[in-house]
Design a protein around this ligand. Sequence first.
Ligand SMILES: [Ca+2]
Ligand SMILES: [Ca+2]
Length: 588
Amino acid sequence: MGRRARQLGFTVALLIAAWLWWWEPVPAPPLPPGSEPSASRSVASEPADDGEAQPGPSKAGATAPPPSAACTPHAAASCHEGDLYWLDSCGVVGELKESCQGRGCAADSCKPARAAHNACGRTSAYGECSGDVAEACIGEQLVRVDCASRGGRCVMTGEGAVCMPRDDAHGCKGYEPARCEGDKLTLCVDGRWQSVDCAARRASCSERGASAHCEAPTVVGLAPLGLASEQCNDRDDDADGHVDEDGACDEVALVAFVPEGAQLANLDARMTEELAILNRVFAPTRFRWARTREAPARYRVFEPRHMEQAASALGQSESRYQAPGKAASSGEPGLPFYVPVLFAEKLKVDPPKSGMSTLPNARCGGVRVSDAPSPVSGLIVLTEARQPETLTHELGHYLGLCHTHEQIARLAVQADGVELCERTGDSICDTADDPGPPGCFQAGQCELMCRDGSRPDPFNIMSYYLGCRRVLTPEQLAEAARNLTLRKAWFRCQDPRACPCDPKLKAACPAEMSCHPTGSGDAPWWCELDGVGAPGTACGDASQCSARAFCLAGAGSSARCVRPCDDEPGCTCMDVGLPVRVCAQDLR
Ligand SMILES: [Ca+2]
Ligand SMILES: [Ca+2]
């Protein structure tokens, strides 16, 4: 089929999609065992201009009006979001005719099953290291990169085989066992030695069992404190007398950033398709492309080391909360919240990767994966090598989801009071165990054979089984929704001057932020993201403290995370010459 015909087919699919609100939602594709259909879906987006009242997103279980009697059902079949659906004689999409099992479709038929053994053999997109040679299947071709010839080494990371620079001081291979150094856990993560401070988590480092880990006898739970933020739930969450105000139920804005001079193929069509997948997978949460902006040309080939810096620049440039003298380049008013999405040509990574994202406060599945302070801002970077669902996968990371093959047990505090599924795997209880692509072989397009007998779900968006991914579990969706609320609340605090606080208040800052001294006269206290340090534990600076605590040097002892005191149980208030009294117990 010619290119023009394909484009036409795509346009037709979109026109049909725009009419779906009137009929019934497209049924979800058949789901693998263990998953559940997402609560609702609706393809309605922009209000039509005919003046008719528009139905909102359909609620789960709502009944749709019956198709018009004048239209004959099952008149034809059409490819829609990778599967075949029936069309009636009026061109309206009906129920699923045939699932293409992740192979995709063209016109009115599923694409043929790919040979199980293509040029890549058993090597997946995730790839493998053989010595310092990285091998990965990129576009059905086996790509081999000799990392050593470039002065590097091959490392198995959470994103598969990657060439990394040699690093005699901090480099590791990945199979070295974790060990305890005092109360610090030392382990190899993504090719570098990393330190996890068990003491800061009020845990101890234990070498009991197969590998060292942080261990606590009981869960130390501190009630989450923070300003209530308005969520889309028909309730007045922040008790200001208004329900779901300030756009709590609006579509979430995505801002596309395109580097100056970037060569990007079919960008508009790809963005439309990517948004449709995003809205189907994250339903009922909805997203929209709010605006497209130019980014510096140096981001055409994106250097992952610049992630934080780029996130801070692109995460603020379209914001309503501008630092003085940094007015938005365009005349448009700043947005109260948005997700920056950078369309780079490629990432400066070998073998090539399709995208990357920051995690919210360095957490995935609710577990902190790094002790380093985390930037408030987030960023998603997509490359030309991406799959249609890569944006959805990266947004999952942006909203705090791990890969399904994550091994969070390495980093999570092991405590009896916490469910095993919350401190192992991806820390989500309703996802299937996934040993990851190296341990599983794609025998058919979406049929996995795993060495250890596991039955991972190749259809999960957060997996690495490319070509199959299309769903999130209810618990993944709940964790993503929780993090969306947090990210919205944190957004203004990208600029500390937009986020002053009063340390005397219990709820001074958004959840998971604490009121910390800045050391500056004009804005003495501001909300900063929590670190790993529990109250009463040692700290180097305020960014390491959590649960309302800030870092205070005691007389003759090391600095501690201390809470402001308000005569609450367990705290004796103590005057230390600051505007707030502090909890004496935290300084002991
Ligand atoms: Ca409210
Ligand atoms: Ca609400």
